[in-house]
Design a protein around this ligand. Structure first.
Ligand SMILES: Cc1ncc(COP(=O)(O)O)c(C=O)c1O
Length: 297
């Protein structure tokens, strides 16, 4: 449920190279990003004051901007430094970090050739979702009405604000029915991903996950694939048809926000969160801890 609105929190936000007070981090109502969805963003988590895979997130932000024909005015290194400073200035330990780049107000029409590319980085305190026992119960997911768009009809590989319109609609519809989230198919009807996380299934000790060539190839997804392989678990990336979900025993979703979260139901299909999910949750928990903390442990 909604707590304090995000525009009423306090702290400092980095905006176009400067720190401003939370209250002053404003944009005008005539902003291209608001009207035309011309914005790209990242979702990162800091653990123990250090952002996990920070450079990978900023490289993806650059890639998303490039796909949307936006020239990022700050390098990956400058974004790394700015994020570190945001966390430090606000005194955060475990936090969510949200960099965003958007087209400004210089032109208000479909064409926005002269619009400034603005960049802001905000962060707020956000501990991990659940206690491990709670997490192992698994979440219930609906099947979304909307499908992930064909890469020929939308910039599917960008983490672009506009692409989240169908995610919000799908998540709202799921929540209205008592589910935690929704699984989206791709335009051809194969299993794609959740509204803000990638999906994995397990059958006879082998992990199956949809090939990420038509939706976001999550940084958590890539980390978990490496962790699974390091355990000697076979990972098969392929097209998965919905009816195949009947034969999978375990399912989990991965994402910066969701981390590794087991799934107990997707529509008519049931799964029993088990050992592989549990092991990967534990491995991920170690992987995200800052290296200094790992060395001291
Ligand atoms: C649509 C979508 N898919 C997948 C992911 C997982 O990506 P990551 O693991 O990089 O957070 C996210 C979260 O950013 C997302 O919004």
């Amino acid at each position: 449920m909604a707590g304090v609105p995000f525009d009423q929190l306090s702290g400092q936000i980095w905006m176009n190279g400067e720190f401003v007070e939370w209250d002053d981090a404003k944009v005008h109502v005539l902003t291209h990003g608001l009207h035309y969805g011309s914005a790209v963003f990242e979702g990162q988590r800091a653990y123990g004051g250090v952002v996990f895979e920070q450079t990978a997130h900023h490289e993806r932000l650059h890639k998303s901007a490039e796909i949307l024909d936006m020239t990022m005015p700050y390098s990956v290194e400058e974004l790394n430094t700015a994020c570190e400073e945001v966390i430090k200035r606000n005194g955060f330990v475990d936090a969510y970090v949200r960099p965003i780049a958007w087209r400004g107000s210089e032109m208000m029409g479909v064409s926005a050739q002269a619009n400034r590319i603005n960049v802001a980085i905000a962060a707020w305190e956000w501990p991990s979702y659940f206690a491990p026992e709670e997490r192992m119960k698994g979440i219930r997911m609906d099947i979304a009405k909307y499908r992930r768009p064909d890469p020929r009809t939308a910039p599917s590989h960008a983490k672009a604000a506009g692409l989240y319109m169908i995610c919000t609609l799908s998540k709202h519809a799921a929540e209205a029915k008592g589910y935690a989230d929704a699984l989206m198919y791709d335009w051809e009807g194969y299993v794609a991903e959740a509204t803000g996380a990638n999906v994995f299934f397990i059958e006879d000790g082998v992990i199956h996950t949809p090939t990420a060539d038509r939706f976001l190839d999550g940084i958590t997804r890539q980390t978990v694939i490496k962790l699974a392989k390091a355990r000697g678990i076979e990972v098969v990336e392929r097209r998965i048809l919905p009816h195949e979900m009947a034969q999978f025993s375990e399912c989990f979703i991965t994402g910066t926000a969701a981390e590794v979260t087991p799934v107990s139901e997707i529509g008519p299909f049931s799964f029993t969160p088990g050992q592989i999910s549990q092991n990967l949750i534990a491995d991920y928990d170690v992987a995200i801890r800052p290296k200094a903390a790992q060395a001291a442990a």
